[in-house]
Design a binder for this molecule. Structure first.
Ligand code: NAP
Length: 285
């Protein structure tokens, strides 16, 4: 079994760590334009050897796990280079632009568009974790465009990694993910900014920052190189979610200015149902 991972970071690295555990006979090759990441991935045992796009002809699996702007250019090149039995999957956080980039490619049927809903705020090969995908959802788009035998080959692997499969069209994916992932990141980044700006003048503020602040702002540690192209590609949906979020913030501010504490209480109480929603999600996993 020959597996190639292009972009040996958190997601690609975690995937191949699982593949190594599940299929010890697999030979894992890494392709990355960051030489130090490649070297580190070999030392850490995330990949066995370095490779290039020219080596893809007899690959069984190719995992494309680079920032989504890079995916748009590299994915067609990968499809040009693979053999008939190769299945290529990418794991990007946007789906419409990526699916559109290869819609007419002669090897479109060798490709499956996925988004594993798993991750951390860290990046690079040292961020790769075994078992990251256990119990997590993998969203698959336009599955009918992948040849049946190769669909099975990819799905079997995802199931072995412990993922639940959910099918969705790329437009719905980008719309829904804008709320639960893209907006959450902006909200963390801007919360971090608000506190950092203030802290310049008030040193004490971080001494008082407890675990509530830390857990809320966690996503603000994420990589700008990864997130800028995501916001660019999903700009329209993200702007819509921001409008709704800003409107909610403004309403809350208004209630406080008007000292309408009953309304504030009710507002928070109605959002408390997030507990049951999140518990339900954990039970399903
Ligand atoms: P990551 O840890 O930063 O890894 C990406 C790797 O790709 C890095 O080593 C990067 O090197 C390399 N790279 C950049 N440009 C390249 C190119 N032109 N050719 C080859 N390699 C290149 O990123 P990640 O978090 O694993 O994210 C990878 C993909 O997964 C993204 O599409 C993202 O949308 C998706 N995703 C992320 C998460 C998450 O929570 N992080 C969750 C689900 C899906 P440099 O660091 O030098 O740029």
């Amino acid at each position: 079994m020959k597996v190639f991972v292009i972009g040996i970071g958190l997601i690609g690295g975690s995937m191949v760590l699982d593949i190594k555990t599940l299929h010890p006979e697999a030979k894992i090759y890494g392709i990355d334009n960051n030489e130090s990441h490649l070297a580190e991935a070999i030392v850490l045992g995330v990949v066995d050897a370095a490779a290039t796009l020219e080596d893809l002809a007899d690959a069984d699996y190719v995992i494309v796990s680079v920032p989504v702007d890079v995916t748009l250019t590299i994915l067609p090149q990968v499809l040009d280079a693979i053999g008939d039995q190769t299945i290529v999957f990418e794991v990007g956080s946007t789906k419409m632009p990526i699916c559109e980039a290869v819609v007419n490619h002669p090897k479109r049927r060798n490709f499956i568009a996925t988004h594993p809903i798993a991750g951390t705020e860290f990046s690079g090969p040292s961020a790769a974790i075994k078992g990251l995908f256990q119990g997590k959802t993998n969203i698959i788009c336009e599955v009918e465009k992948t040849t049946f035998k190769l669909q099975e080959k990819a799905l079997d692997l995802f199931k072995e990694m412990g993922m639940r499969i959910r099918y969705m069209d790329p437009k719905s994916h980008d719309k829904h993910i804008a709320y639960v992932s893209h907006l959450s990141h902006i909200s963390a980044f801007m919360l971090g900014k608000t506190v950092i700006d203030k802290e310049k003048h008030e040193q004490d503020i971080f001494d008082m920052a407890g675990s509530g602040f830390e857990s809320t702002v966690r996503l603000a540690k994420s990589s700008p190189a990864m997130w800028t192209p995501i916001f660019k590609q999903n700009r329209k949906q993200v702007v819509k979610t921001l409008d709704e979020y800003i409107s909610n913030l403004s309403k809350f501010k208004e209630l406080l200015e008007n000292e309408d504490y009953d309304a504030i209480y009710n507002e928070m109480q109605s959002v408390n149902k997030i507990k049951e929603i999140l518990n339900g999600m954990n039970v399903k996993k």
